[in-house]
Every structure is written in structure tokens, then in C-alpha cells.
Design a protein around this ligand. Structure first.
Ligand code: ADP
Length: 160
């Protein structure tokens, strides 16, 4: 059984993230989308809000589970018997850091493979920061986030 994890901050989830989730869920048996909880990192959305947005967006995919973890990714991976780590690549600039992380994780556990999913060219420019930047200035983000969470995200900017 192929059990994969797609880790990230998802602050908030974008259509780029959802595209990676959709394509991964089609090629693995089970996918855990997990929020890396880092108390040192300031996020706009709370952990609960980010979990809720991931749940709403991935509701159509029965083999996708939402979770969160703190600390080392590889410890969580071992605890859950995961054998694949999925990373999304938008540009060469994502590659250098992800390449280093993949090598570190292989060193820590050689049985776990990191697989890179190349972005859909439609979303190669898209990041959570871009969504926050545009929404912060009252720009339209309808094309950028999953329809299921559009209202939740825009509300946050109306009543921060
Ligand atoms: P972001 O980089 O958007 O702030 P995250 O830290 O939540 O988001 O990213 C989680 C993962 O999703 C990373 O592997 C990142 O490279 C990938 N990712 C983010 N946006 C996209 C996109 N538009 N296309 C492909 N992969 C993406």
C-alpha cells in the first residue's frame, strides 16, 4: 500500500495546493495532507481554520485525510507508516531547498522516498503569500483558491 504525505503550511490552501492533492490522490492509495505546526512561524489563519479549509476543499476525495504535526517530518512519517513524501515544485527556486530536505530525510530514513510533483503551469505563479497579498488589498482571489473556501478566506480580510 502506497501511503503518502503532502506537508505544508496551507495558510491558506490555494488552487495550486489542491491541484497537487488531486493528482497525488489519483496515484497513491492514501494521502495525508498534514499541516506543519511551527509555533515560531506567524500565520494568518489559525491551525483550526487551516484544518477546516483543507477538509472542505478535499471533501470529494475519499482517500485524503487531513492532519497536523509538530517537530520533525520524518518522525511523523515513521509513526504513521508513510512511505512517500510529496513536494510540489513551482520553479527552480523551490528546487534547491527541497533537494536538500529530500537528501536529509533520506539520510534519516532511507526507506522513505521524496517524490516531486511538478506544478500545473496554470498555477506556477501561485502561493499562499500571493493570495494574502492580493486579498489584503481587496483584490479578487476567486480564481486562486478552491471555491469551497473562498468565503472563509474573504471573510478573514473583512473582519481580521
Ligand atoms: P506556499 O509555498 O504556497 O506558502 P506551503 O508551504 O503550504 O505553501 O507549500 C506546501 C507545498 O506545496 C510545498 O511543497 C510547495 O512547493 C507546494 N506548492 C505550493 N504552491 C504550489 C503551486 N502553485 N504549485 C505546485 N506546488 C505548490
Amino acid at each position: 500500500m502506497e501511503k503518502a504525505i503532502y506537508p505544508g503550511s496551507f495558510d491558506p490552501i490555494t488552487k495550486g495546493h489542491l491541484d497537487i492533492i488531486t493528482r497525488t490522490s489519483a496515484v497513491v492509495d492514501h494521502l495525508i495532507v498534514a499541516i506543519l505546526e511551527n509555533p515560531r512561524k506567524q500565520t494568518l489563519f489559525t491551525l483550526e481554520e487551516r484544518i477546516e479549509m483543507l477538509r472542505l476543499s478535499t471533501a470529494p476525495y475519499p482517500n485524503v485525510e487531513i492532519d497536523y504535526f509538530g517537530g520533525l517530518l520524518i518522525n511523523y512519517v515513521e509513526e504513521k507508516n508513510i512511505n512517500i513524501i510529496i513536494k510540489g515544485l513551482r520553479a527552480i527556486s523551490d528546487f534547491e531547498f527541497e533537494f536538500q530536505m529530500a537528501l536529509v530525510n533520506r539520510k534519516l530514513n532511507p526507506k522513505v522516498e521524496t517524490l516531486f510533483m511538478v506544478t500545473n503551469s496554470k498555477y506556477s505563479y501561485l502561493s499562499s503569500s500571493i493570495v494574502k497579498e492580493i486579498a489584503g488589498f481587496k483584490g479578487e482571489i476567486k480564481e486562486l483558491v478552491p471555491p469551497a473556501v473562498y468565503d472563509l478566506i474573504t471573510q478573514k480580510f473583512r473582519h481580521p
